[in-house]
Design a binder for this molecule. Structure first.
Ligand SMILES: *Cc1c(COP(=O)(O)O)cnc(C)c1O
Length: 398
């Protein structure tokens, strides 16, 4: 205990206090389990916030990274490098989109997507007063541009005014979107499944309706797949189960499975009429190291048929969460797709996730009253059972 305490003290004396962290120091991981500095084992249903799709210490993935470290880490984007060329080709193949820009994070992917949309509109009419439509309760990141499209007053207010003209509609309310569309609208931006906002999947008619508006008015549809993409909802990207295709998609989180990398990916039509040499750049983005990671991640997804596994395991997780809901009055709703699930509670979700630590379970929240389940995609049914057992103990002792 002394070691954990002193490490926590050291952290608070040196790291900027922008997180109220759980009181544990994570040390290493194996499969779907994490171990803290005292050797205590945790079943991980948080996956580093939907990042560690392959779990921990995957031999094939780790070996690919080690090989690349010994070969070449970084060169800048002034030169070509083979790993990122391969990664881009694979990302285009699985998304059906055409051009990729690699970033270092999700928030930067959003920035790039917004810039591409603005440039696309600017190329058409030479004006700079274009508007974006985003959603209430959305989350797109913490940089000023990403905050500008994030529909959460608490995150935004201290940092206003935020750049651009952004209007907010209600998620899954098509009329509220239609009301905001005008000749200046250059893009409509939304998460295919809202994550931080409380795990709300888009309804079919809503997403299809937005696609139709965009087609009619040459407005770009930007889908944020940073959390719900990369197989989490049972298809490589969540929108692939809706029969709509975005003009621009953002990814990050599980794209690198632990290596910091994001991307915005677009159709050739948008690429040809938006960002040109000199319009956008990054020193690190898409370097050989992250290229090798993304490339290997996409190979592993294919080789191990992970999306199929997610569909099967996701159905089981849904069933078991529904059963739990029928057993506990404090659970009022279960929402989600695949291995991205939320339980709405009448009690504090933060309290439940804190208590879960004592049972050796890592689970996180989405907002105040939603418990969020975003485990490694490689979990088996036995891990779902184990999680339910642990969660029951927490709920029984509330
Ligand atoms: C996490 C997240 C982001 C921001 O990604 P960072 O890598 O933290 O910058 C943006 N959009 C969604 C939907 C996210 O879940």
């Amino acid at each position: 205990m002394v070691e954990t305490k002193s490490l926590m003290e050291q952290a608070e004396n040196n790291l900027l206090h922008t997180y109220n962290r759980f009181p544990l120091v994570l040390d290493h991981g194996e499969g779907v389990y994490l171990y803290d500095s005292e050797g205590k084992k945790y079943l991980d249903f948080a996956a580093g916030i939907a990042v560690q799709a392959l779990g921990y210490a995957d031999e094939e993935y780790n070996q690919a990274l080690k090989n690349q470290i010994d070969k070449l880490l970084h060169t800048s984007n002034l030169y070509y490098n083979q790993p990122v060329i391969e990664a881009a080709e694979k990302l285009c193949a699985v998304s059906g989109l055409d051009r990729v820009f690699f970033t270092n994070s999700g928030t930067e992917a959003i920035e790039g997507a917004i810039k591409a949309a603005k440039k696309y509109a600017y190329e058409k009419d030479g004006c700079t007063d274009h508007e974006l439509i985003a959603m209430n309760h959305s989350f797109h990141g913490r940089s000023l541009g990403a905050l500008a499209v994030t529909g959460n007053a608490h995150y935004r207010e201290p940092f206003e005014p935020l750049p651009g003209i952004v209007k907010f509609a209600d998620y899954n309310d098509l009329d509220s979107v239609i009301k905001l569309v005008n000749d200046k609208t250059c893009a409509i931006l939304l998460e295919t499944v809202q994550g931080e906002g409380g795990i709300y999947p888009a309804e079919e008619e809503f997403l299809n309706g937005i696609r139709q508006i965009c087609d009619e008015k040459d407005i770009l549809l930007i889908l944020d797949e940073i959390q719900c993409g990369m197989g989490r909802c049972g298809t490589m990207f969540a929108w692939q189960s809706y029969g709509v295709k975005p003009d621009i998609m953002t990814c990050a989180k599980a794209l690198g499975c632990g290596v910091p990398v994001g991307a915005f990916v677009m159709t050739k039509a948008v690429a040809d009429a938006s960002l040109k040499p000199g319009d956008h750049g990054t020193t690190y983005g898409g370097n050989p190291f992250v290229g090798a990671a993304v490339s290997k991640v996409l190979d592993i997804f294919q080789d191990r048929q992970l999306t199929k596994h997610v569909r099967e395991t996701g159905i089981y997780l849904e069933q078991e969460l529904d059963r739990l809901k029928s057993q506990y009055e404090c659970i009022t709703d279960r929402r989600g797709r695949g291995l991205m699930q939320g339980l709405e509670l009448t009690v504090s979700a933060g309290a439940v996730s804190s208590k879960a630590l004592e049972q050796g379970l890592l689970v996180i929240t989405a907002g105040n009253n939603v418990l969020r389940f975003v485990p490694p995609l490689v979990i088996g049914k036995e891990h779902v059972d184990e999680m339910i057992q642990k969660l029951k103990k927490v709920l029984d002792n509330l």
